[in-house]
Ligand binder design. Sequence first.
Ligand code: SF4
Length: 361
Amino acid sequence: MTPDSSLLLRWYDRHRRTLPWRAAPGQQADPYHVWLSEIMLQQTVVQTVIPYYERFLERFPTVDALAEAPQEDVLQLWAGLGYYARARNLHACAQAVHKLGAFPRTIEGLQKLPGIGAYTSRAVAAIAFNIPTVPVDGNVERITARLNAVEDPLPASRPLLAQLASHLNDDPAAQARPSDFAQALFDLGASLCSPRSPSCLTCPWRDCCLANARNMAESLPARQKKKARPTRHAILFRVMDSAGNVLLRSRPPEGLLGGTDELPGTPWSDGKSTPSPDELAKTAFTHYAPLQAHWDKCGEVKHIFSHFTLLIRVYGCTLPEKSNYPIDLIHGRFRPLKEAILSSVMKKCLLVGRKHKPAAD
Ligand code: SF4
């Protein structure tokens, strides 16, 4: 059964969230604002995204300004949001749109742009161009699984949920307001139909929701049990010069935290394909330290990535004034922090402990 869209839209008109990228009621959204926010919101919660979005818009008020900026500036402003391939794709996409002269106004055209897949193309098409389509993100998957009481676990049930979700906007009320309907679904998923404690009593769709009727909303969508997250280990070196600059090297542009700056040190050992933590400790100071020095232990950092936990031991030293101790460029070069592109995990490594600590920029 297709739920009655007019009930959802009426609820949305009263309870819609005010978000910086959202157009006011009755106004058409700016495709640049919608696209920028959608890229930032991938894997990241709204409250984290808002300050980044505002800083980006202040620095790059148009897609052309973003396209013309050096990539380092984009990465630097992005630093801390994680998933750095998104930032590089964001920049490449802005350049493609700049060349085209405007965002394409079709789902197919949008999908040809870097970093824009099935979900983002539909979100931009619906919200900015009023094209009747249902963007299926985690919120919409959850709502669909509950409305239809789909008990098959994710991720295997994803194609079924996408197919069911594509009919959510079948009725004329949804077809008449594609932009509001897509945003109403997001707001329903972010508020009433929340992952842990859905508020079915006040939901506009409670009468047609099978999960509500069967009292099983909280247990849906079911998920396949995740494998335990493995732990990796690393030893990193925080080397300061007498002017307060830090020795930093760049990570390769592709891959995890690609293009961000890091403290030099050992690889991130998983104890299988790479040395065990004990072996690491034996070789870190002879093979991976940027110089022979008296190293002070600064502290330990734990950072959780989506697929593993990283435990880092940070050691530090400060070089005396006028030191010209040779440090190989593979370990990086001394730079002021304000010029660095720092991921959240590296920020933690720079802040841990009291010794050999760079001043905040
Ligand atoms: S009734 Fe409950 S489970 Fe069903 S859509 Fe509404 S909030 Fe979600």
